[in-house]
Design a protein around this ligand. Structure first.
Ligand SMILES: [Zn+2]
Length: 316
């Protein structure tokens, strides 16, 4: 494996199962991450009493909801909610192809971060496939502005994230994060950041029958003047790191790893979806490229250092 730069597609080496709770339904959920062939991408397979074997592709064209979480639908009544954290873990660790079998319409929230999915992928292992990895290369700037939120995708040799949040609440305030994404950075700097919510909103959501599974075990709860969770924060700026995690998961719906720089100001699931939509609406704004083979790297436009950082699947 020496010199491996991720020129080939990957999948999981084995199946691995997780159980948890749907954050919105409050219902128990079982999920199994399974290996899949080249060019499958990430697909959800919903199997329960009512719906049996309905497949929903993790693709931006299937996005049907962006309030509180990202929801995908097949257009025939089947849907899968809260897809972003498991997609972030797969994309963050450079897993291109996987089948996610699930017995519910909602991915379990686990601890509110991507860390349990990272652990599961580590347990399963990552296997290289024969087919070359393809990247979605951004060719020209895309910009979306809506209600004070701004999202941009710009050409870049790698995948860069530049995320900024600005909340009136002094416990969050203004936070920003800028990083080149690779499996090590994802694992260390992003994967453990949990979802967060304001106590006053949670009570309204519960009254509306939403967020029934939300608890201090899976959400950083922000009170009037303090963080309610006894253990405190996992990172001093955990909030912006979670926004980055959500962006990685939402942008995984591009269907291929992105070669580009993503900038988000005061964004969220809706902005992430709008930027992808704007990108795909302009056929001149992107193209698919294959990763350079190791021996060709010197001649490619990427420097070997960049290539190693950005193309390597996580081998640790
Ligand atoms: Zn999230």
């Amino acid at each position: 494996m020496k010199g491996f730069i991720g020129a080939r597609q990957t999948t999981l080496a084995n199946e691995v199962s997780l159980t948890g709770t749907g954050v919105h339904s409050g219902a128990p959920v079982s999920l199994t991450l399974c290996p899949a062939d080249s060019d499958t991408g990430i697909r959800f397979l919903i199997c329960n009493g009512e719906i049996d074997g309905v497949e929903i592709v993790a693709d931006q064209q299937c996005v049907s909801g962006v309030t509180l979480c990202t929801i995908l639908s097949d257009g025939n009544g089947a849907s899968i909610a809260t897809v972003e954290h498991v997609l972030a873990a797969l994309r963050g660790l450079s897993v291109d192809n996987a089948l996610i079998e699930i017995d519910s319409g909602e991915v379990p929230i686990m601890d509110g971060s991507a860390a349990p999915f990272v652990e599961a992928i580590d347990e399963a292992g990552i296997a290289e496939l024969e087919a070359p990895r393809r990247f979605l290369k951004v060719l020209k700037p895309i910009r979306v502005e809506e209600n004070g939120a701004v999202g941009e995708l710009n050409p870049y040799n790698g995948f860069h994230l530049d995320i900024e949040i600005d909340f009136a609440n002094p416990l969050i305030g203004k936070q920003s994060l800028s990083l080149d994404l690779n499996p090590g950075a994802f694992r260390r700097d992003i994967s453990r950041a949990r979802t967060f919510g304001f106590m006053k909103d949670v009570e309204n959501l519960w009254a509306a029958g939403l967020a029934l599974g939300a608890s201090l075990d899976n959400t950083v709860a922000i009170g009037d003047d303090r963080i309610i969770n006894r253990e405190g924060l996992r990172y001093a700026d955990e909030f912006v790191r979670h926004k980055a995690l959500d962006a990685i998961g939402d942008l995984a719906l591009a269907g291929a790893p992105i070669l580009g720089a993503y900038k988000s100001r005061r964004g969220g699931h809706r902005l992430n979806a709008l930027v992808l939509k704007a990108l795909f609406a302009d056929p001149d704004a992107w193209t698919l490229v294959e990763a350079p083979r190791y021996r060709d790297v010197r001649h490619a436009e990427l420097t070997p250092g960049l290539a190693a950082a950005h193309f390597a699947a996580d081998r640790s």
